[in-house]
Design a protein around this ligand. Structure first.
Ligand code: NCD
Ligand code: ZN
Ligand code: ZN
Length: 343
């Protein structure tokens, strides 16, 4: 097969950032995704419907002329989020609220420090039909960084799923066999997004021999058995798994640093990276559902009408992209060859 046409996909987890980043990130995502779930971890975070609506306008202003792109806005859940905030979100057309455990990842200082007090908020979200998106990691220092996703599932997620059977929950950017099994065999109300980096890499690609800061993302890459489990999950064709790149740009100097930031900037090669994985797994026939159907169906959105075409054509991911203010960013997989290209 040299050409593959699929229904236009959605990226259901992306960091577009703000200001000078938007003219870079928005065209990169809009080039092939019709919609994207926009993460709210700005500084300060997007905690209210009014902030989300203003942010949406800044994103739309960066969409290249003649292109259609629908940013799906999210709110950042804090201990101060109220039922009124949830209701205002519903009125503003916001489809999802994002839970970051405080301190779990980039810009998560305002995140949640305990879950039980938020159960009334989950109840209100369930009633309003607003999805709960979760960065699923515990943050206690005594829990090993490689075990933090599994621990989150055991300590918190099982109970949330059980307590709110009508609340749609997305475990974002899953990284472990434990998460793939929990979601795959779990109740109807839970699904998961999977990134290209967690399908393509394992922790050797971060840590073996030399440290590769551009492969550092959170949740951190795990050992190869987990990578294999994620690859099996997408190859299985289960409708519970869908595309969410977690494309998350940071300036070069913030990643190549003593305290390097977590996040991989994959937007310019996202669909091609996934195509390569599905091709390697001999399941390109499963790419369309993963990229363009499962997520939309779970969110309760109509599937996109258009199509995109991928061609078998070798190309090299650039070593660097540069923002309008000259800040350099190193893309994920920089300098590496891919076999599929968006036509
Ligand atoms: C994300 C970011 O940079 O905003 N980083 C990451 O490593 N994934 C935050 C997140 O999605 O956890
Ligand atoms: Zn996250
Ligand atoms: Zn993310």
């Amino acid at each position: 097969m040299d050409e593959l046409t699929i229904r236009t996909p959605d990226d259901l987890h992306v960091h577009l950032r703000d200001d000078v980043m938007l003219p870079e990130t928005v065209p990169a995502t809009a080039r092939c995704f019709a919609r994207a779930t926009v993460m709210p971890n700005l500084v300060p975070p997007v905690t209210t419907a009014d902030l989300a609506t203003a942010y949406k306008q800044r994103i739309l202003a960066a969409v290249p002329a003649g292109q259609n792109f629908d940013p799906l806005m999210t709110l950042y859940l804090t201990m101060q989020t109220s039922v009124a905030d949830v209701e205002a979100a519903k009125v503003a057309g916001i489809r999802a609220i994002k839970l970051y455990p405080a301190g779990a990842t980039t810009n998560s200082d305002a995140g949640v420090s305990s879950l039980e007090p938020l159960y009334p908020i989950f109840e209100a979200m369930s009633k309003a039909g607003i999805l709960l998106l979760i960065h699923g990691e515990v943050t206690e220092y005594e829990v090993d960084v490689f075990d933090r996703e599994k621990e989150f599932i055991e300590r918190y997620l099982r109970d949330i799923c059980k307590s709110f059977p009508d609340l749609k929950i997305v475990l974002e950017h899953i990284t472990t066999k434990d998460a793939a099994e929990f979601v795959g065999s779990g109740p109807e109300n839970i699904a998961a997004s999977i990134t290209p980096q967690h399908l393509l890499l394992n922790r050797n690609d971060l840590l073996a021999g030399t440290l590769k800061p551009h492969n550092f993302c959170l949740p951190i890459l795990k050992r190869n058995i987990h990578q294999l489990a994620l690859r099996e999950a997408v190859a299985s064709g289960s409708t519970k798994f869908f595309l969410g790149t977690d494309s998350a740009p940071h300036a070069r100097h913030r990643k190549e640093a003593a305290c390097g930031c977590a996040g991989c900037y994959s937007a310019w090669s996202a669909i091609e990276l996934y195509a390569q994985v599905f091709d390697d797994l001999n399941c390109l026939d499963k790419l369309e559902a993963f990229a363009s159907e499962n997520g939309a169906d779970f969110y309760g959105l109509a599937r996109n009408e258009g199509t995109i075409t991928l061609r078998k054509e070798s190309w090299t991911i650039p070593e660097e992209v540069t923002l309008a203010d000259s800040t350099p960013i190193v893309p994920f997989f920089a300098g590496q060859d891919l076999r599929w290209k968006l036509a």
